[in-house]
Design a protein around this ligand. Structure first.
Ligand code: FAD
Length: 498
């Protein structure tokens, strides 16, 4: 790639979001040039990286799929490989796969107000060479966590352990655990997925958690989807099931926030039905927080509970004192023997894929910025990120971000504008954490994250219908955003109206 190459939009990342963004730009912004730079050698992001047994979605595919390309299966909770295939098929179908340049890691980007463009530093991971290109708009679709390293708390005595220690983010392809004693450390989405999947082959799997999470069983197949597909054309059936799931999800979330005791009772009833009589629900499945203070875990068709019922798996709630030669010693004094220990201890949050940004020579400290509509940042011109919902499928918000960027680009093109920059709320106005979960991986990184305000457009409501109004239909110009023309750009009469 020559160092002088310029594209109108540079998308960073070829996961679910980057490919969705590319499809939107290709279809909604005719005449806009774009490229997708991807650090890895393959597309799919999360759905290509994670290869642990049982890897699957924990929100339904009718909302995790793109609205413009119906999820082709009846399976609502889908395996990682199916999601990966769907993302890649979408890229092919919309002709954007050719725009992806693999093994290209974006290291940083600096904005010049004089030139109204970003100069982007890129490293080619195949040759080690670095080069620059320029773009008019930078769209970070880099996900929200570090790819090179999962989170691992400091455990004592790991060097003594004679068995194998595995992190789900770096699953060894040839790991043989058939008939072996496995301990999975963790209580989040990954742990509750891994335990029943590994229990199919392992001698026994113990889920070892420090504290419990909310766990709910959901059917893997959506019966209503099968019926809707029989009665309606594909797109109409997809839209119907998608909205059914959006509304049910929103209802569950709102009730969890407003009537937590009711929701706790409902979850408890579900557990009592699924778990064997006498199971100590209070110790193992009764969190100290309210539902949706942290993400609620979903188990497909109650597979975790089946594994607990048939004795292939068990749960221990305790603290690890130390790893030993043969397993783990717990604070209670109990010893857990293991051949394989899986540390399902989470992710390391990372904004913008680690890219360093500068505006007119000044480094951008993301923690000092305030999010605008949850996707742009005060003082950072011509840039946006995709950050999905914490309480619903990522793509619902992700696709709204892509549509919003298309509207912005078309608006600017039609008016000959080349700079758009959000402003921060007035000094002294309340600022809140950018991500509203109390999960460990969020709390660990809170200091490095941007802030959000207490009212729109700086506040995020994690509410899809509300965001549709704001992002798809709401005005593009408001008191919190500034558009300008820096260079001699002329209005383009052929641009699609926003
Ligand atoms: C195990 C797991 C299960 C999940 N399950 C669900 C679920 O069921 N439902 C849900 O809604 N969400 C889920 N999520 C959240 C999930 O990450 C999103 O659903 C979605 O896959 C995010 O897509 P993305 O493209 O935004 O980010 P990612 O999938 O993380 O992709 C980002 C891409 O950007 C690339 N990249 C990053 N930095 C750079 C850089 N500097 N230069 C070049 N390329 C870069 C990465 O290599 C990667 O390919 C899950 C997350 C995990 C980890």
């Amino acid at each position: 790639m020559p160092s002088t190459e310029h594209v109108d939009v540079l998308i960073v990342g070829a996961g679910l979001s980057g490919i969705g963004a590319a499809c939107r730009i290709a279809t909604e912004c005719p005449g806009t040039s774009f490229a997708v730079l991807e650090a890895r050698e393959a597309s799919g992001g999360t759905w290509d990286l994670f290869r642990y047994p049982g890897i699957r979605s924990d929100t339904d595919m009718f909302t995790l799929g793109y609205p413009f390309n119906p999820w082709p299966e009846h399976q609502a909770i889908a395996d990682g490989a199916m999601i990966r295939g769907y993302v890649r098929d979408t890229a092919r179908k919309y002709g954007v796969d050719g725009a992806i340049r693999y093994r290209h890691r974006v290291l940083g980007a600096s904005w010049s107000s004089e030139q109204a463009r970003w100069t982007v530093d890129v490293e080619r991971l195949d040759s080690g060479e670095t080069f620059q290109l320029t773009c008019g708009f930078l769209f970070g679709c880099t996900g929200y966590y570090r790819y090179d390293e999962g989170y691992l708390p400091e455990f004592q005595g790991t060097e003594r352990f004679r068995g194998q220690i595995v992190h789900p983010q770096h699953w060894p392809e040839d790991l043989d655990y058939a008939g072996k004693r496995v301990v999975v450390i963790g209580s989040g989405a990954t742990a509750v997925t891994l335990v029943p999947a590994m229990a199919e082959q392992a001698g026994h799997v113990t889920m070892l958690q420090r504290s419990p999470s909310y766990v709910i069983a959901l059917p893997g197949y959506d019966a209503l989807s099968t019926l809707a597909h029989r009665l309606l054309p594909t797109r109409a059936a997809y839209t119907f099931v998608r909205w059914k799931n959006v509304l049910l999800g929103a209802l569950f979330y709102e009730l969890s926030r407003r009537r937590p005791r009711l929701i706790k009772r409902v979850i408890r009833r579900g557990l009592e039905r699924q778990l064997p009589p006498g199971f100590d629900i209070d110790t193992h499945f009764r969190p100290r927080y309210d539902p949706w203070d942290e993400r609620v875990c979903i188990v497909r068709d109650g597979d975790l509970f089946s594994a607990l019922r048939n004795g292939k798996a068990s749960v221990v709630t305790d603290r690890i004192e130390t790893f030993t030669e043969h397993g783990l010693r717990l604070a209670s004094g109990e010893e857990l023997e293991a051949d394989v220990i899986v540390t399902a201890t989470g992710l390391n949050l990372l904004m913008l894929g680690g890219m360093a940004l500068a505006v007119d020579g000044e480094p951008v400290r993301m923690s000092e910025t305030v999010g605008y509509k949850g996707m742009m940042f005060s003082g950072v011109p011509n840039a946006a990120i995709t950050l999905g919902y914490t309480n619903a499928s990522w793509t619902l918000k992700g696709d709204l971000c892509a549509q919003y960027v298309c509207r912005l680009l078309n608006h600017m093109k039609a008016r000959g504008l080349d700079r758009v920059v959000p402003k921060a709320p007035a000094p002294g106005a309340p600022r809140h954490p950018f991500i509203d979960l109390r999960s460990g991986y969020v709390l660990r990184s809170l200091d490095e994250l941007p802030k959000q305000g207490d009212r729109p457009p700086w506040r995020m409501y994690q509410n899809y219908p509300r965001d549709i109004r704001m992002m798809r239909r709401g005005p593009l110009e408001d008191e919190a955003i500034e558009f300008s023309r820096t260079r001699t750009a002329a209005p383009d009469a052929t641009a699609v109206p926003a």
